[in-house]
Design a protein around this ligand. Structure first.
Ligand SMILES: Cc1ncc(COP(=O)(O)O)c(C=O)c1O
Length: 386
């Protein structure tokens, strides 16, 4: 019996579909673009021997404060810590209620619960995935002490209305801007509205460190002072004298140096994300995939994520993976039905728009280092999938 030819040579004679690999995230591409500067920045810190926050972290704080138009920027170890420290610096404590949405990364409610307060959920606006302001008033009680609107996927929440309501009730606002650096609404950057805001520089964010990093932004001198103290164990004016029960949440000098190099590229990289988004918008028009709604008269969207809805989301996801197009679900399970948060007392059906989003959303490759050809290829596959 003749031996069959090896698989490799058989397939050479079959018609092959020409495919591209389109990763959801490729962080090496950022490094390749900035290799000389990044390598020099890292080496300078390592050889200088100063690893705790020093000149690069201080300069990075000033540069981000200027970029976002904030008076103070306090760098810390993660976006999660920025939320925790921000809430603590605002005085949130046991017995307080903090309103947010269940359609967010878990860090948002960890920060509330780890400050011994109670998260109160408000469902999302199905168009933007952000807090539905029409449901906000009903969630406010005498115990409500803060609201955390999330600027999900990079689009700023309806802050004017949220602030009107918060101010009318004497409630503080902490913006979860973890996904939103570079975004604007009515000409203002994220962090403009709230008493404070939390940024994340997790590696996959639009501005990403080579590890964990985050920042509190505020115009309030007292919150800035407390946040600075809280990130080093509550130590403020004098060494080894503690004014607060704090955290270990310094930003490493090496991350500060890396982030300064990347910050200089942020606007250009966000523009490329916006170009990619407009390619998707054009090519997906009329397809079964519902493109993201952007309040374009008010909003400059930095597209941390480009998130579509699809009636057969799981089928689309499997199909994209087969075609080497990366994608991910943010978020597959709402926080209100996570087993660990069952003690909050919500069940299936409590937040229908969040639950529907969890079933329908899919985020597509959008990062700056994709070529137009890669984005067109990914969009073509999504558009053809019924
Ligand atoms: C909405 C939101 N909040 C908070 C965080 C927490 O940031 P980090 O991962 O830097 O702790 C993230 C990061 O993924 C986020 O997306």
């Amino acid at each position: 019996m003749a031996r069959s030819a090896p698989q490799e040579s058989v397939s050479c004679h079959l018609p092959r579909e020409v495919g591209l690999n389109v990763p959801l995230v490729d962080l090496k591409a950022q490094h390749t673009e900035l290799k000389a500067e990044l390598d020099a920045a890292v080496l300078e810190v390592i050889s200088g021997g100063m690893y705790t926050p020093s000149k690069h972290v201080a300069a990075f704080e000033e540069e981000v404060a200027a970029f976002c138009g904030a008076k103070h920027a306090i760098a810390c170890n993660s976006g999660t810590d920025a939320l925790k420290i921000g809430l603590q610096a605002m005085g949130i404590k046991h017995g307080d209620e903090v309103i947010t949405t269940p359609f967010t990364f878990v860090a948002t409610i960890e920060a509330i619960i780890q400050n011994y307060a109670t998260p109160v959920f408000v469902d999302i606006d199905p168009r933007t995935f952000n807090l539905d302001v029409s449901r906000l008033e009903a969630a406010i009680t005498p115990k409500t002490k803060a609201i955390i609107p999330i600027h999900l996927f990079g689009q700023i929440a309806e802050m004017e209305q949220i602030m009107d309501m918060a101010n009318a009730h004497g409630i503080q606002v902490l913006e979860d801007a973890a996904q939103a650096i570079g975004s604007t609404r009515n000409g203002h950057a994220c962090g403009y509205w709230g008493k404070a805001a939390a940024l994340s520089f997790f590696p996959t964010k639009n501005l990403g460190a080579a590890g964990d990093a985050g920042m509190v932004l505020t115009d309030d001198d007292e919150i800035a002072y407390r946040s600075r103290s809280l990130r080093v164990h509550g130590m403020a004016k004098e060494p080894y004298l503690y004014e607060d029960i704090g955290h270990t949440s310094r930003l490493d000098e090496i991350q500060g140096a890396i982030l300064r190099v990347k910050l200089r590229k942020l606007l250009a990289w966000n523009e490329l994300r916006r170009r990619n988004a407009s390619i998707y918008d054009d090519l997906l028009a009329g397809s079964a995939a519902q493109i993201p709604f952007v309040a374009s008269e008010t909003t400059c969207h930095p597209y941390h994520q480009y998130t579509v809805r699809h009636p057969d989301r799981d089928g689309l996801m499997a199909h994209l993976k087969e075609k080497s197009v990366g994608c991910a679900i943010y978020y597959p399970v709402s926080l209100h039905v996570q087993p660990v948060y069952a003690f909050l007392g919500h069940g299936e059906g409590s937040f229908p728009e969040t639950e529907r989003a969890c079933r329908e959303v899919l985020s597509l490759p959008i990062q700056a280092h994709l070529s137009e050809e890669q984005v067109r290829y990914a969009a073509g596959i999504v558009a053809a999938f019924e």
